[in-house]
Design a protein around this ligand. Structure first.
Ligand code: DX5
Ligand code: ZN
Length: 217
């Protein structure tokens, strides 16, 4: 199988050192940018200015995870602030197909995501349209939560659906990813692992990334 991509979540970094933190993860593949609006999820993180600052400070792919209601309203601004890819939740809009189309019209990679409690069938109608499927393995809103074990079977199912379609879309998993479960997730068919607290831990992000790479080797 191809090399699994790592996407450190900025949510767990030290925001007083944003540029330095980004410099410490240059060996990663994506920068995962968690945007929360206090409505779709019970937390508020950050928005355009922080994304724009991260964009200026890093050459990496900006993988923007929009945990916001009606993301259509803000796709253009996130694109202009430096997103390379934008992922929208099926639960956040009655028009997921339109939202995916809007992301493509902006010239960006389009992702679709779903919460652990949402039936997988909800993403099926747009599977052939997206560049990435993000399977949440915690209820979104906070870093540092425990991985929900049923997520492994959900990843396997989406993997099978993508393969049946002949889709080259990335299959990303987000929430509670650690060196202990990384290999299992890759074997289930994930191609991108998001990791917040297990990268930006007490030993620092270089060690955090190295531990994940070792687990995948
Ligand atoms: C959860 C966010 C995640 C989170 C991951 O709402 O979407 O990206 O930051 O953090 P960890 O890896 O600590 O679970
Ligand atoms: Zn996320």
């Amino acid at each position: 199988a191809a090399r699994v991509k790592l996407a450190p979540s900025l949510l767990s970094c030290d925001f007083t050192q944003l540029g330095a933190e980004l410099n410490r993860i240059v060996t990663a593949d994506y920068v995962h940018v968690d945007v929360m609006d206090g409505l779709f999820v019970p937390n508020i993180s950050f928005g355009f200015p922080i994304l724009a600052a991260a964009r200026r400070a890093s050459p990496l792919f900006m993988d923007v995870h929009l945990m916001i209601e009606r993301p259509e309203r803000y796709l253009r601004e996130f694109a202009e602030a430096g997103a390379d890819g934008m992922t929208v939740h099926v639960e956040a809009t009655p028009h997921i197909h339109r939202a995916v189309g809007m992301i493509h019209e902006l010239g960006k990679r389009a992702g679709v995501s779903l919460n652990p409690g949402t039936p997988l069938e909800a993403v099926r109608p747009v599977l052939s349209d997206v560049d990435l499927v993000l399977v949440m393995s915690v209820n979104p809103g906070f870093g540092g939560q425990k991985f929900i074990p049923q997520s492994v079977e959900r990843i396997r199912t989406v993997r099978r659906w993508l393969d049946e379609l002949g889709s080259a879309a990335e299959l990303e998993v987000d929430g509670g990813v650690t060196p202990q479960n990384a290999r299992l997730l890759a074997d289930a068919g994930a191609t991108v692992l998001v990791a917040g607290s297990s990268v930006f831990g007490p030993q620092g992000p270089e060690v955090g990334l190295a531990r994940l790479r070792e687990a995948l080797a």
